[in-house]
Design a protein around this ligand. Structure first.
Ligand code: HEM
Length: 138
């Protein structure tokens, strides 16, 4: 269901504030710092992603499972930290039902990323665009 009270402006503020927390976080901050030197394009991509998810705007085109397979140092237990920071940002900004709508999608995405990255039997994912094994999981 699309929540009519969610706007692009809200998503923009959410993403800015969330990644400010991520960057200063001792647990997951270093993993982002290792991979991202130029933050504005990443923030724009994440705004497009959340706009596509929450507003079905189609602004994001990408393959998150493939991208995360190329992030050195990403570990399964880090997802709980990511989600906790995301939830605390949401709770500071929005009403509980809006926060819950975002968390539903974040949890699903977290599960599918972890399934793609860590829960496969067989050889680890190769970070190759167009890998049919990754495609099948998304
Ligand atoms: C431990 C948890 C996570 C870590 C450490 C992490 C880290 C990263 C990093 C470093 C990038 C930039 C990769 C690059 O451009 O080189 C990235 C991109 C991205 N992340 Fe995550 N991430 C995590 C969880 C999540 C979750 C739960 C979501 C969604 C709810 C998400 C959505 C995305 C998206 C959409 C991109 C952009 C992919 C693209 O370039 O198209 N991430 N992440």
């Amino acid at each position: 269901m699309i929540e009519p009270r969610i706007t692009e402006e809200m998503i923009s503020e959410l993403v800015d504030r969330f990644y400010a927390r991520v960057r200063s976080d001792a647990i997951i901050g270093p993993v982002f710092a290792e991979r991202i030197s130029d933050w504005p394009p990443h923030l724009e991509r994440m705004k497009a992603f959340w706009s596509s998810v929450m507003l079905t705007s189609g602004r994001y085109k990408g393959r998150p499972a493939v991208v995360h397979a190329m992030v050195p140092g990403i570990r399964p237990w880090m997802f709980a930290r990511w989600l906790a920071l995301f939830e605390s940002t949401l709770n500071d900004l929005f009403e509980p039902d809006i926060a819950a709508a975002f968390m539903l999608r974040a949890n699903r995405m977290s599960e599918s990323l972890q399934a793609a990255l860590f829960r496969r039997s067989g050889p680890p994912l190769k970070p190759v665009a167009g890998n049919p094994q990754i495609g099948a999981l998304r």
